[in-house]
Write a new protein. Structure first.
Length: 289
C-alpha cells in the first residue's frame, strides 16, 4: 500500500478538487492519501484542523504532491526533503518552471512512482545557517532549492556584504544585494542579474552580485565541497529572502553560511529532461521563440 500526501495552494479550488478526486481514486486501488491545504505562510490545514507547517510529519509517505505553482512547490520541497520524500509537482500556476506535470497527468505519474518506474531527478539544494546576534545566539538552518538572496532595505542605498570562502576572507561587495543560487535556481534571479546558467545535474552553487558599486561584478561558482559565509557590514541592515520567501531583516554583524546540502532533493519528472531541452523550452518560450 502506497501513500500520497497532497499539499494544495489555498487559492486554487480546482487544485483542491483534483486532490480529493485523486484521493478517492487511490482509495479504490487500496492506496491512501492525505490532503493538506496551506492556510498561512507557516501553517496548513488537514481535515479542518490547522497545524504548524513545520510539524507536518511525512513519515510513511511514498510521494509528496505539490498542487500549485513554483511557490507551492518550493514550500513542499522544504518539508519533504527532511524525510527524503520525492516531490511530484502538478502545475496550477502561470509559469510553472518547477512543477512540470499538468493536472490530467497526475494519476499516470503516481502509478509510475508506486511501481518504481518514475523518472526521479536528484537536485542540489543549499543548507543555509543564519546567525544574528541581535536575535540571540541561536543558529537557524533552512533549505533553499532555488536561491538565497541578501538584499538592501533602504531605497537609494547599497548594503555592504563581506564574504569568506572556506573560512578565508574573500570579497566585500557594496551592492543592491548578493545571490547564492543552486543550479536549479541559476535560471531565475541569478540569470536576470547576469549570472551563468548551470546544468541542473551539477552539485555546485553560484554567487552573483546585484548591481555592485565599485566591486567585482562577475559571478563565482563554488563546488559542493566549499562553503561561503556572508556577513552584513555596518552600518546598514539587510533582508534575507530564501526561495522567494522573506525570512526577515538581519542587522549589521549577522551572518549566513551556505553550503551544498549532502542530501539532494528528489523531484519526480514527467519525462527525462536534457540540458538543451531545458534551455529551449524554459527560456526561449518566455521570449516567444
Amino acid at each position: 500500500m502506497a501513500t500520497a500526501t497532497f499539499l494544495v495552494h489555498p487559492g486554487r479550488p480546482d487544485a483542491l478538487a483534483l486532490a480529493h478526486e485523486t484521493a478517492d481514486w487511490l482509495a479504490s486501488r487500496g492506496d491512501t492519501a492525505r490532503i493538506l491545504s496551506f492556510s498561512a505562510p507557516d501553517r496548513v490545514t488537514e481535515a479542518g484542523v490547522e497545524i504548524p507547517f513545520n510539524s507536518v510529519d511525512l513519515t510513511g509517505t511514498t510521494v509528496a504532491v505539490s498542487m500549485g505553482g513554483d511557490g507551492t512547490f518550493l514550500r513542499v520541497v522544504r518539508l519533504a526533503s527532511a524525510g527524503d520524500v520525492p516531490v511530484l509537482g502538478v502545475n496550477f500556476g502561470r509559469l510553472g518552471y518547477l512543477p512540470d506535470l499538468v493536472p490530467d497527468q497526475v494519476r499516470e505519474a503516481l502509478v509510475k512512482v508506486f511501481e518504481g518506474n518514475a523518472v526521479i531527478e536528484a537536485r542540489c539544494a543549499l543548507q543555509v545557517s543564519i546567525a544574528d546576534r541581535s536575535a540571540g545566539d541561536d543558529v537557524s538552518v533552512l533549505l533553499a532549492l532555488n536561491e538565497v538572496v541578501l538584499e538592501k532595505i533602504d531605497f537609494g542605498h547599497t548594503v555592504r556584504l563581506a564574504t569568506s570562502i572556506d573560512g578565508e576572507e574573500a570579497l566585500t561587495y557594496s551592492a543592491d544585494g548578493l545571490i547564492i543560487a543552486t543550479p536549479t535556481g541559476s535560471t531565475a534571479y541569478n540569470l536576470s542579474a547576469g549570472g551563468p546558467i548551470l546544468s541542473p545535474a551539477l552539485r555546485a552553487m553560484v554567487i552573483t552580485p546585484v548591481a555592485p558599486h565599485l566591486s567585482l561584478d562577475r559571478s563565482l561558482v563554488l563546488t559542493d565541497e566549499q562553503s561561503v559565509r556572508i556577513a552584513i557590514v555596518p552600518d546598514r541592515a539587510g533582508v534575507l529572502v530564501i526561495d522567494g520567501q522573506e525570512i526577515g531583516r538581519l542587522q549589521p554583524g549577522a551572518t549566513i553560511t551556505c553550503r551544498v546540502d549532502p542530501q539532494p532533493v528528489r523531484v519526480v519528472r514527467n519525462e527525462p529532461q536534457k540540458f538543451g531541452g531545458i534551455l529551449r523550452v524554459r527560456l526561449l518560450a518566455d521570449r516567444g521563440q
